[in-house]
Write a protein that binds this ligand. Structure first.
Ligand SMILES: [Cu+2]
Length: 412
């Protein structure tokens, strides 16, 4: 069969090429048709801020759904102003695992690995400013796009005198995993000021037979930070160090120390409460008008550090931050000790931040009451997450009324 098919295909190919050449020659004196604008992908969101006035800043997001992971971000770009270009901030960002060990030693659930589906979203989920999204035109809606007022952005006196105030807004993209008795809300927030928020919310019915057994919900995230593109991103650990002694010459010598992450190589770091440990990603080739390099800080928001010792696969919980090179096939939090084994450089490269945002669930009667063998009630949502915050992306306060005619002049 092969010997017959190949010549047939070749003949069709040659004929098509001849038609194409003839067509081109025949049309050469006609005006060229304007190329069609590329169609907006179904999973693209472009959101300008503020939503009720002239555009000042904007986000462009590509999102996706993936079985088990729920809602993921594929790429995200930010615009600092109407005349600015899109600057990339994120590549692939997702919840990589949700680890739920119970106090008595079992069960120990890995809730992403069970491939739970997303819940179908309804207008009640989306709320008054939300929109239901589908990953295919014929699919049920599983993602919500929503604008929320985020309260005060700033308040203070302007140089010209007078107290001013401004409220902020955020674009949320979220979905909800249907994890048997539990529901996990996976939420990405893109604020008007360039901040990105990541939150995992746990709600649902407490586990049957262990309704009042304390346990953890560890949100284990994988964030491919791509500051102005994937290349030339370097990761640092930043800590606030207080002097250890109260001797006069030691006092008032608190300092901030910024060091290459793990000596500039793949590996891990721990969060120390007294040091306010956080990560900083810097692209020193992208500078603002003042010459400062663009950076984003990963700021933890946590109740505590989760450590679990149920065998090899729980070694990934022994540290709060991990950094690897970006390798698209490496998306499994459990394998982090293997991913970092070669200690490849994480300076001036394409890097991925991995972060544990744990939540301790101590059941209470508000989670529900037992009627016979059945729990009647629902645990209200508890959130755990972290923030990515821009540093020197702007060269002055964003979303502040500098003089619009003479931008260098202070005042409204
Ligand atoms: Cu729980």
């Amino acid at each position: 069969m092969t010997s017959i098919r190949v010549p047939t295909i070749l003949l069709i190919g040659v004929a098509a090429a001849l038609v194409a050449v003839a067509g081109h020659a025949g049309n050469q004196n006609q005006p060229l048709k304007k190329p069609l604008a590329p169609k907006k992908p179904i999973n693209e969101i472009v959101q300008e801020f503020p939503t009720n006035g002239a555009m000042e800043t904007a986000w462009k997001i590509h999102w996706a759904t993936a079985t088990g992971y729920g809602v993921c971000i594929q790429d995200a770009w930010y615009r600092r102003g109407p005349n600015d270009r899109w600057i990339q901030v994120l590549g692939d960002a997702r919840i990589s695992e949700i680890f739920v060990p119970y106090h008595r030693g079992s069960p120990r659930f890995w809730d992403v690995s069970y491939n739970f589906p997303l819940c179908e979203m309804t207008p009640t989920d989306a709320g008054p400013f939300g929109k239901l999204l589908r990953d295919r035109p014929d699919a049920a809606p599983t993602v919500v796009q929503e604008i929320r007022d985020r309260g005060l952005m700033w308040r203070g006196t302007l140089p010209g005198g007078g107290e001013k105030v401004r409220r902020g807004q955020t674009l949320l993209v979220w979905g909800c995993l249907r994890a048997a008795n539990y529901r996990y809300i996976i939420e990405y927030g893109f604020q008007d000021d360039g901040v990105v928020t990541f939150r995992l919310g746990s709600t649902g019915r407490n586990y049957g037979g262990s309704e009042y057994e304390p346990h953890m919900h560890n949100g284990l995230w994988r964030i491919d930070v791509n500051l102005d593109g994937p290349e030339n991103n370097s990761v640092y650990v930043v800590e606030h160090i207080e002097p250890a002694s109260d001797l006069a010459d030691e006092m008032s010598k608190a300092k901030t120390v910024q060091k290459p992450f793990n000596g500039g190589q793949e590996g891990w770091a721990d969060w120390t409460a007294g040091r306010f440990t956080h990560l900083r990603v810097v692209n020193d080739r992208h500078r603002n008008k003042r010459g400062d390099p663009m950076a984003y800080d990963l700021m933890p928001i946590r109740m505590g550090n989760a450590r679990h010792h149920g065998g090899k696969r729980e070694e990934c919980t022994h540290h709060d931050f991990w950094v690897t090179r970006a390798r698209p096939d490496q998306i499994d939090y459990i394998d982090l000790p293997k991913y970092v084994a070669d200690r490849e450089p994480v300076m001036k490269s394409d890097v991925v931040l991995w972060h544990s945002a744990p939540m301790h669930h101590e059941p209470r009667l508000e989670d529900g009451k037992m009627q016979g063998d059945a729990l009647r009630g629902i645990t209200h949502v508890v959130w755990a997450g972290f923030v990515l915050k821009p540093r020197n992306l702007f060269d002055r306060t964003p979303l502040y009324p500098y003089n619009p005619v003479n931008p260098e002049k202070q005042g409204p």
